[in-house]
Design a protein around this ligand. Sequence first.
Ligand code: AMP
Length: 218
Amino acid sequence: MRLIFLGPPGAGKGTQAKRIEERFGVVQLSTGDMLREAVNAGTELGKQVSEVMQSGALVSDDIIVALIQERIRQPDCAKGFILDGFPRTVAQAEALDTMLDTLGIAVDAVLELKVDDVVLVDRISNRFTCKDCGQGYNTKFDPPKEDGVCDKCEGVEFVYRPDDNAETVAARLAAYHEQTAPLLPYYAEKGSLCSVDAMQDIDAVTRSIYTVLEQGAS
Ligand code: AMP
């Protein structure tokens, strides 16, 4: 199974990708997570991208394509993958097509998680993750069962993303509409785009995704 998740920041791509990963044993490839790891580790790449990420703009296509090109060749990707947050520009999508051609593989479906902008800011400004296992939560919509304790690993330390603030979120949404939304017609023309109503609660979105996957891309 090879999937692409498309959708604005806060649509739930990461949350849903983690569920698909657990259920089907495929790997979640999140370019955002990879870049954050590089920033936190203080690598050369991290230093190069941290300011751009902080502004809410997109990192250059060259950097992102090189990152995915290297990752997608790793043996764990052979059983399948979910691209979460990549591609984000038409140039990235074209580079991905070339990459997949070279590897002799294809994407099974591109899933658009559709959410109105008005709810995204609310979702994003209330989200946080467990510092130990990365499980995501939201104060309003999906808090840990026990306050201050991670459901998954019982960790007690949580982190907020530095780019999850109102100002940066506005820039990230603008980047989505200007640079990423053109991928919707790009994949619709190829016949691989499926849309899921991601305004529903988290479990309902997961069920909708499973339904789409069972039916296959239309
Ligand atoms: P995300 O975690 O997917 O919301 O990504 C966080 C930030 O990382 C974005 O706001 C961008 O600055 C950068 N980023 C992640 N993925 C990409 C990508 N495919 N292309 C360009 N920039 C990206």
